[in-house]
Design a binder for this molecule. Structure first.
Ligand code: FAD
Length: 392
């Protein structure tokens, strides 16, 4: 078995696949490993994605699109509805994906550029030499192997160990993580044109419930609540209550649980010979928990920087700083701003949410994104605007 590469990418989620593809496109010899036996399965995602961010990385394909969403409806605790739609604004909105197929397609695209892919291969440690990461230890089908490389890219998701093994502090406090539970529910009435978000401290403390259509009579119905509030409430119980009330005839076809980092940016995502991307680097959006586009964007930057660093025969932290500064200037800026908004959002009472929703009923929006709604909301409210003045 070949054991020497230019780049090893750990984790074949969207961040890892795009990193591997980009590095290989630049001519590097790349290994992509994935601990699961099937790429993308089980799914831990509501599968919503904005069209613009997606299209930068891959041409949309009906094979992995379940719904072409025209807008969102946001429900305040007293069910005042704020609607944001393509029709109102003329802008494009988003898709609900079939990630099991989407993730596999991303890996397949990486493979088409020559990336070697190994599934059922779990990274168990890093190989270091003179302080530099020089490869990984892994287990494949019960056997231990060493794989060597000039650079390792850790794209191993929210439960990432690569960062910690490489001396990068990726630790999360309970208040830095949204605890999520999601059902795929059949036998329910769905409107394929809309994603729905339900807000309220009783139904989803410091979080929200989503209903994303996945096809005729099928939807992802999930909840995210802040970890620091999950001692008193269990996400799965709150979700079950909601489902019983809203979809009494619904049939649960799948259950997923998972966490989303909402910490905002961490201090460092690189070490000598090592870069972290996506959820492993805590690059998901603190308001929505969405991390697909950020992971892919960061993966692309990391793949390009890997090429530059290896070409210059310098994989030091100083050189890899290029990755750090590029992602911070782009997605990092949004993450930092959204953290400020999130910290305000989690303080809202139900009464405030109702008042805000009421005041926004006749406003036109051009996005499916909860985050955009919050920005509009803050702009419409003088006191909030003052609290968040650094953003505007
Ligand atoms: P992942 O997609 O998590 O991929 C990491 C991969 O690494 C996994 O395949 C894992 O098996 C593998 N791995 C881990 N450890 C190892 C190891 N030691 N060796 C080898 N392989 C390993 N984002 C959105 O944009 N839209 C949404 O609607 C949305 N909904 C969500 C709903 C829920 C319930 C949750 C939990 C998350 C949601 N997210 C959403 C977030 C989104 O899923 C992540 O941000 C995104 O998947 C991050 O991509 P990634 O490539 O960084 O990591």
């Amino acid at each position: 078995m070949k054991n020497q590469y230019d780049v090893i990418v750990v984790g074949a989620g969207p961040g890892g696949s795009i990193a591997a593809k980009t590095a290989a496109k630049n001519g590097l010899d790349v290994l992509l490993i994935e601990k699961r036996q099937e790429i993308g399965d089980p799914v831990r995602c509501a599968e919503g994605i904005g069209k613009e961010g997606l299209k930068h990385h891959i041409e949309p394909d009906p094979k992995w699109i379940c719904a072409d969403v025209k807008g969102s409806r946001i429900y305040s605790p007293n069910e005042t509805v704020v609607e944001m739609s393509e029709e109102l604004s003329g802008g494009e909105v988003g898709y609900v994906l079939e990630r099991k197929i989407f993730d596999r397609e991303l890996v397949n695209q990486a493979a088409s550029y020559g990336v070697d892919v190994m599934v059922k291969t779990r990274a168990t440690g890093l190989i270091s030499e003179n302080g530099y990461v020089r490869g990984i230890k892994a287990i494949y089908l019960g056997e231990e192997y060493n794989f060597y490389s000039n650079i390792v890219i850790g794209a191993d998701g929210v439960e990432s160990k690569i960062g910690r093994w490489g001396g990068i502090d990726t630790s999360l406090k309970p208040s830095d993580i949204e605890v999520c539970a999601q059902y795929l529910i059949g036998n329910i009435d769905t409107d394929l044109n809309f994603c729905h978000f339900y807000l309220g401290n009783e139904i989803a403390p410091s979080g929200y419930i989503w209903v994303f259509p996945k096809g005729e009579k099928l939807a992802n119905v999930g909840i995210g609540i802040l970890g620091s509030r999950s001692g008193k409430y269990r996400a799965i119980d709150l979700l079950s209550d909601f489902v019983k009330q809203k979809f009494p005839e619904g049939k649960i076809l799948e259950l997923d649980v998972g966490g989303v980092p909402v910490s905002g940016t961490i201090d460092q995502t690189i070490a000598d010979g090592l870069m972290l991307v996506g959820d492993a680097a805590r690059q998901s959006d603190p308001i929505t928990g969405g991390g697909l586009v950020n992971a892919m964007d960061a993966g692309e930057i990391a793949g390009n920087v890997a090429y530059e660093a290896i070409s210059a025969n310098d994989v030091s932290t100083k050189m890899l700083q290029r990755y750090e500064s590029r992602w911070r200037k782009t997605i990092g800026q949004d993450i930092d701003n959204d953290l400020i908004v999130k910290n305000k959002f989690v303080e809202f009472t139900d009464e405030q949410l109702n008042t805000f929703a009421h005041s926004l009923q006749n406003v036109n929006f051009n996005t499916m994104n909860l985050k955009e709604l919050l920005y509009v909301l803050f702009k419409a409210n003088k006191r909030l605007l003052w609290d968040l003045r650094v953003l505007f």
